[in-house]
Design a protein around this ligand. Sequence first.
Ligand code: COA
Length: 694
Amino acid sequence: MSDPVNYEKRGAIAVITLTNPPVNAIGHAVRKGLFAGLDAAAGDASVTAVVITGDGRCFSGGADIGEFGRPPAPPTLRDVIEAAEACPKPVVAAIHGVAFGGGLELALACHQRVGDASARVSLPEVKLGLIPGAGGTQRLPRVIGAKRALEFILSGDPVGADEALSLGIIDQIIAGDLVEGAVAAAEKLAAEGKPPRKVRDLAAAGGTPELFAGERKRIERRARGQMAPGHCIDSVENACTLPFDEGMKKEREYFERCRDSDQSRAQRHVFGAERAAAKVKDMPPGTRPRAVESLAIVGCGTMGAGIAACVADASLPVTVLETDPEALEKGLAAIATNYEGAVSRGRISREQADARMGLIRGTNDYADLAGADMVIEAAFEDMDLKKEIFRRLDETCKPGAILATNTSTLDIDQIAAATARPGRVIGTHFFSPANVMKLMENVRGAETSHETIATVMALTKVLGKIGVLVGVCDGFVGNRMYYSYTAQANFLLEEGAFPEQVDRVIHGFGFPMGPFAVGDLAGLDVGWRVRQGRAKTRPPDERYSPIADRICERGRFGQKTGAGWYRYQDGGRKPLPDPEIEELIIGVSDDLGIERRNVSDEEIHDRCIYALINEGAKILDEGLVQRASDIDIVWIYGYGFPVWRGGPMFHADRVGLDKVSARLAQLAETHGQELAPAPLLEKLAGQGKTFASL
Ligand code: COA
């Protein structure tokens, strides 16, 4: 293995280069190398200053996340950072690409920071359920002030070179060769002969009690249930009120508390799971994704318009087809209105909005799709209609073009069979609103080629989404699990609960909303139509709750009609319990001969959450996902499962599969065989194993 840190001298300047691909994560070997390099530079009388830089694509992606579960081996990142700051000779950080987390913390301890135009800096620890633990919360407020530091640390989002410069995180942007520029900056500092400027000696400005109180209030809702954001605020406050060393001591305590928490374990799992999801296990080595330089969308309804905007957001040209000119005009107008909203909220500039709109071209004519590299069909959920569209696309589109469908339920193989290119047919299930939601279920049919899969997985990343490869089944992964979960929620109503109790319990678990509030937001009519379509094929002995249908029969389709599971006052969005619905639910219980009883919160939790896990186990057993963590990603990014619980399968592993299985078996005895533990769950529980072990 090559040395992960390189030390060389350029004249009187020592250049220490991190060479630990792919992202120069600062693991143990890197820390040792950095420490030794700083020591060598300090002890070498011919060295007047030091430059620290990164080889390859970036400065550093931060501390090595893989080491968090292990006991820290010295020197720690803090030791290295202290050595850099305490170095008697000026130390300059030269940043290209990302300087994230520990990478930025190292740079903040250097006496000067220069970067090139590609530099991006952030402290993303909060996204891993952590706080920056190597001085980030103490040094950053001393550089950019408490207010901006709080925003920076609580969002975990990166800022680019220009903003970093204007904030003072970077002192200079180098136009030519970065290391040469950094060496020149180091020579200049050395020539000035002043003692190195240490961030620890600065005061953190702007830390008023009102600022911290306001931020605490803000995260109460935004980061409900999470430990790390609160500690980020505590620690930045300490930077303003305590001496540096005391603030550092506290920062360490908070960091360790977070690091050792289930929440951070869960969020670190999600980080790995996200990256694992991108990998296709049976992909033959050397498979190359095809270039996708232009796309077309069939259908400009809510989904089609959202997907078109998402493609334009990624700076790709897109042709949108609607055979009805009026519908096309309406769809394009909706996209334009959406961009206008983004401009007025300051999320994008007018130029960006115009450029994106300029990439979207409407047409009524299939012939205009002939040149597209890939077409995504987003028409109405109707098999015959989709088959007809795919027949036409197959005739019209160039031979290599990929034909994708945004179906959320239909059989991809049947759709593919309508074409002469089933290898180039795939599902790309976007979630609504498609330009906002990060998840894509990429559905692999029996004939879908590896090249097609590789192309779509690569495109997913270009679109800024997280793609999970799934197999064909009714509802795919997410919706199939959602049916099991909401089925239990509905049965609980028949047995004695009301919507607000179920929603309160699920919200308390950490979902942003319970299933009934979600139903009202999404609209109840779509599900009603799907259920009507399935009525004929539903097994007669399957338990079925008629409550949702009866609500729809009254024209209550959710928020858009001002009433659904709840009522909504004066066009508001706050769900209010409705006596009419309570009466309706009690009526259903009577009709079904169910004697209503007190349903405990615990039962609601177990029946809903464990039903979800159980369906996940069946999906895993059927080989419809590649790994348990793929299911976690679907539920976190598609359905709002609390990220700090790591997703349903990770959560089940933490609870213990023996407990989950035993509770399901117990529930099944009283409440129906739908709750009987899945064979895979029972098997793993019996063996004392986890889903992650598969
Ligand atoms: N520690 C260990 N491994 C890391 C890492 C870190 N801090 N940052 C990235 N990696 C690994 C990834 O797991 C991935 O590994 P894989 O190839 O085995 O899947 C690889 O580096 C490339 O990362 P990826 O995210 O796929 O590349 P990217 O170019 O899209 O993004 C980063 C690079 C650095 C921006 C991104 O990985 C990132 O944000 N990393 C986390 C930064 C962070 O949270 N640091 C604070 C740690 S406390």
